[in-house]
Write a protein that binds this ligand. Structure first.
Ligand code: SF4
Length: 328
């Protein structure tokens, strides 16, 4: 399958302004040179603690936040080269689902209009077929036909998230970026929404970037997983190999903090020392070195690059570069 999303060396630095004159005194490096790709029909799960830059990546790909630099290619379109005013016709192809289904729906609009508004705006179906089209999308998302004239406040959190999914789906997108789409929902409802997303993906060959801090959710839905720390991708690869054999000391610490269902995986709890450093003044060399129990001298000065360690499984850590050289 071809890559639908290709991100290369993406950076987003937010200026820090201070003083009366609001001079820029520094930058928060929210995303600091991140590269990855997503194949058609696959889910890329992006994990990491809050503040690691995963939401900024999602928003930058859609240019809801203007990236500082880098390359973003979505289904053959070089997104960074498109002028802001020319983004509008591309919007249906790149949809986002947000964490909070309560605030992302207009309370004054009936469900049918919420789902169909952008369909109308972009003339995606003829007027005469419009209502049937909305009804068919609602059916696919498990929403009953008579909901079409009801208002968001009449629905539960899970149903509202179904409405948000239907709104995205109605535009027939190439890629859906889902930012913590189930974290505001009860655990029992989370599974229903995840399963709905998986079903729709199978039927329509959808491509997802799934952003979450919840590892069990990510394990359930992803094909490929990327682990972020302080704006940097520390490790990525096929889900199975990331969960069975996490290589990066940060990934190991992150994973050891949650119970993993697989009895074959034995992991000792690794406690992370200290706090996450400030992204405006990240540590030199490996950004994780201030908290890493395996830190070596080289880690403090040299930035480890993301390198393939086993097929498809890449890690940015000097431990593995060293092993590679020793083996030679
Ligand atoms: Fe730890 Fe060094 Fe690897 Fe960074 S590069 S994770 S400090 S061992």
């Amino acid at each position: 399958e071809k890559n639908i999303v290709e991100v290369k060396n993406l950076k987003k630095y937010f200026p820090i302004k201070s003083g009366v004159l609001q001079r820029t005194t520094g930058y928060v490096r929210a995303v600091d040179g991140v590269s990855f790709s997503i194949k058609k029909g696959q889910t890329f799960g992006l994990v990491g603690e809050s503040g690691c830059g995963k939401t900024t990546i999602g928003r930058s790909i859609l240019r809801l936040t203007e990236p500082t630099s880098g390359e973003i290619n979505i289904n053959g379109v070089d997104i960074m080269k498109v002028k802001k005013k020319d983004l509008r016709p591309l919007r249906p192809k790149m949809q986002m689902i947000f964490q909070d289904p309560f605030s992302s729906l207009d309370p004054r609009m009936p469900v049918g209009e919420i789902i169909g508004e952008a369909v109308k705006e972009h003339n995606l179906v003829p007027k005469s077929e419009y209502r049937d089209y909305v009804l068919s999308i609602m059916k696919d998302c498990g929403l009953r036909p008579y909901y079409i004239d009801r208002y968001p406040h009449e629905f539960s959190g899970g149903q509202r998230q179904r409405i948000c999914i239907a709104r995205a789906l109605a535009l027939n997108p190439d890629v859906i970026i889902a930012d913590e789409p189930v974290s505001a929902l009860d655990v029992s409802i989370q599974a229903q929404i995840i399963n709905l997303m998986k079903d729709l993906q199978e039927k329509r060959k959808l491509t997802y970037l799934f952003i979450s801090h919840d590892l069990s959710v990510v394990e359930h839905i992803s094909d490929v997983v990327g682990v972020m720390y302080l704006g940097t991708m520390m490790e990525n690869g096929p889900k199975e190999s990331i969960f069975k054999n996490p290589l990066h000391p940060y990934t190991q610490a992150l994973f050891s903090a949650v119970p993993i269902a697989d009895p074959d995986v034995k992991m000792n709890r690794i406690l992370l020392q200290g706090d996450i450093p400030s992204p405006s003044n990240p540590p030199s060399g490996c950004k994780f070195h201030t908290r890493c129990s395996k830190c070596m001298d080289i880690c403090k000065t040299e930035v480890p690059t993301l390198q393939e360690y086993e097929p498809g499984h890449c890690v940015a850590c000097h431990l593995y570069n060293k092993k590679k050289t020793e083996n030679k």
